[in-house]
Every structure is written in C-alpha cells, then in structure tokens.
Design a protein around this ligand. Sequence first.
Ligand SMILES: NC(=O)c1ccc[n+]([C@@H]2O[C@H](COP(=O)([O-])OP(=O)(O)OC[C@H]3O[C@@H](n4cnc5c(N)ncnc54)[C@H](OP(=O)(O)O)[C@@H]3O)[C@@H](O)[C@H]2O)c1
Length: 303
Amino acid sequence: MTDKTIKKEWNLQNKYVLITGATSGIGLAAAKAFAARCANLGIIARNQSKAEEISTLLRMQTKKPMKIDIFIADLSSQRSIREVTAQILEKCPRIDVLVNNAGALYDTFQKTEEGVEMTWAVNHLAPFLLTSLLLDHLKESESARIINTASHGHKMIKKGFDFDNVNGEHLYKGMKKYLGGPTIRYAQTKLANILFTAELARRLEGSNITVFCFDPGLVATNFNQNNGLMAKSTMAVMNLFSRTPEKGADTLVWLAELKDTSNLNGQYFADRQQKAPTELATDKELARILWNMSEEQVQLSKI
Ligand SMILES: NC(=O)c1ccc[n+]([C@@H]2O[C@H](COP(=O)([O-])OP(=O)(O)OC[C@H]3O[C@@H](n4cnc5c(N)ncnc54)[C@H](OP(=O)(O)O)[C@@H]3O)[C@@H](O)[C@H]2O)c1
C-alpha cells in the first residue's frame, strides 16, 4: 500500500482505540471488530479477570500482534475515573478513537460514593468526565473521534430534565417506580448522551476531533441482568426479538472507520445512517444547561 492510499483511508490498523464496556454485549462485539482490523486496544473495565479473559480471546482471534491494555475502573465512581485517566495518560502516547459505550439501568435508587444516582453516573457523567479528562490527549492524534453509545430510548423523554431534582429520586418512589420510573431515568441518560455529543462537537469545532453518537437498536446482550428475576425474564423474552451484538455494534465500527467525517460532527446515527433524534435532543440551550450542570456534578472546574 502506498502512502497516498493509506492517507485516503481511515484505516484502523495500528490506531489506538480506547473503549468502555468491552467485557460484554455491544462493546465486546465492537472490540472483536477492532481487533480484527488490527487496531491497538485500551479496555476500560471494572472486572479484572473478565477483562483478561476478553484480552486473551481477542489475541487468539487476531493473527497479527496487537497491543491490548487493560485499565480497571468502576465508571460509577468519579474518583475511579480520575485514577484510571491518570494511568491512561501515562501509558498511552496517543488515543485515536474513544468509545464511551458502557451503560446500565438500575431499577432501585442507589447513590455512588459521590452521592450521584447510579444510572446517571454510569451512563452520562462517566462519559462526560472521562472524555473531558482525555480531550487534550485526543487532540494529539492526527484525526481523532469520540463515539458515544446512545439509544432510541431517548424518545421516551418529552419534557427534558428536572434540574431541581438532579438525582431523580422521585422516579424510584411510590407508584412511579412501578410505572416505569427507572426506565424513564435510563431514557434521560440516553437523551443526555445525544445532547452531550452535540455540545461537545460544537465546542470542538475546527479541531481534529469529531464526535458521534449512535443507536444500536434492540440488542440481545447482558443488559438489565442486575435487576432481579423479573427483569431477567423480561429481557429473555425481548432478546428473542433483538439483534445480535455484532449487528448492534455495526454502526459503531462503521463510524470509527468513516473516511469523510466532514459535516457529520455531533450527529446521531442508526443503521449506518445519520438520523434525526427528537426535537428535545437537538435543543442547543438544553445541551448548554446540561453541560454546565454536568461540569458542576463532576467538579470539572476544580481539575
Ligand atoms: N442492549 C440494547 O438493546 C441497547 C439498546 C440501546 C442502547 N444500548 C446501550 O448500549 C451500551 C452497551 O450495553 P449492552 O447492551 O452491550 O449491555 P451489557 O451487555 O450489559 O454491557 C454493558 C457493559 O458496560 C459495563 N459496565 C456497566 N457498568 C459499569 C461500571 N460501573 N463500570 C465499568 N463498566 C461498566 C459492563 O461491564 P461488566 O461486564 O463488568 O458488567 C459491560 O461491559 C449501553 O450504553 C446501553 O445503554 C443497549
């Protein structure tokens, strides 16, 4: 391959891809696809032995030698994210692709060590903080991209966020808990992923970094296995109608390899196409307010 052809293609070979949630489901399928393309991988996981198993599996699958780094962090903890970021900055000379994919739904009200509701902490604040702490490093890549796993679930939210009740505790109380309160909370975090993507893209305009988010569709994974027997049974039925993790990861991998990213910065995708999210998800003022609130929640100004 000549230098000219290499430049024309955004080839993932030898690029460094840092990914969260690669120990299961969509993230694992994406990691396999990246390994098959001979990208170097940084896996941020909370479970060391699971991450090591995945790393062995990926090495066996890949014929060419590739680098796989494991970084251990509980993404619900801002302290843990700060610690792991320091390790990443020390170990990785360059990051070309950051994939914020880890996510969960907690159907009981639980607080993190920083006093933040869990679903919000893992799904929104973790990508917000991790990305913010790695931005300067991403700027060192010739052409970097950030991909956030959002969801069609954002469509459930019609009125935005109640910024006076940032932890959304009322959604887990009384009848609200049984009328889908925790699912609404999850949907809020997925709306936040789309707003975060758009606002980050706006702030990075003119830089070397492109930001995308995508909906993987309904995917058969280990999602919602942490919420008891009823949730497990529901997911078992839903999984009959769901796509494979490989299909769920397809748009993610496609975005990571996209050659021409001009005019696509900050956009939402599904099935390899740019799609319009809800009107609320394109509300620039809401995105700005959410950004400011998130900065306060992770105490970004104190970094
Ligand atoms: N499945 C769907 O139908 C669907 C639809 C739309 C969007 N999504 C989104 O897709 C993403 C991936 O979900 P999935 O369906 O692939 O679910 P999954 O199989 O449960 O995978 C979730 C991943 O996130 C990791 N994770 C969760 N909490 C974490 C924490 N506190 N710290 C570190 N890692 C954590 C998990 O680690 P462990 O292996 O240690 O548990 C796992 O690797 C999520 O953002 C989800 O919202 C899924």
